[in-house]
Design a protein around this ligand. Structure first.
Ligand SMILES: [Zn+2]
Length: 128
């Protein structure tokens, strides 16, 4: 999801108007609504691992946690099926949520270390 400058400005606002929401919904479908909700519910996280200083974006869904590479990749089934296989969408709602969270500066940062990173990834890397 690459936003135009105008879209970024709209998303940056503290409170989205009804017309903003309609616009994004028309542009990006119902995935936008789910994405916005997950940002508002505080389900977007950036894990910062040290000493390597690598960062990993995670979006928590109802049951699972998904690894997101912003604008590029997600470990969820929707990404695999709708984006990679069927090519009917350019992104899942987790990728969209990460984009929104970054623009709105609305995500939690969790600091951890590289040893813990290995066990996190054992859990995260599966397609769910
Ligand atoms: Zn996803």
């Amino acid at each position: 999801m690459t936003l135009s400058k105008n879209e970024e400005r709209r998303l940056e606002k503290k409170i989205l108007t009804q017309s903003d929401i309609l616009y994004f919904r028309r542009q990006y479908g119902k995935r936008f609504i789910r994405a916005l909700r997950s940002v508002e519910e505080g389900r977007v996280f950036r894990y910062d691992f040290f000493p390597s200083d690598t960062k990993t974006w995670i979006v928590k869904g109802k049951r699972n946690e998904y690894v997101v590479i912003p604008e590029t990749f997600c470990t969820c089934r929707d990404f695999y099926q709708a984006v990679v296989i069927a090519r009917e969408a350019t992104m899942c709602y987790h990728i969209m949520a990460t984009t929104i969270a970054k623009v709105r500066d609305s995500f939690s940062i969790i600091k951890s270390n590289d040893t813990a990173r290995r066990s996190f990834f054992a859990r995260w890397r599966k397609i769910k």
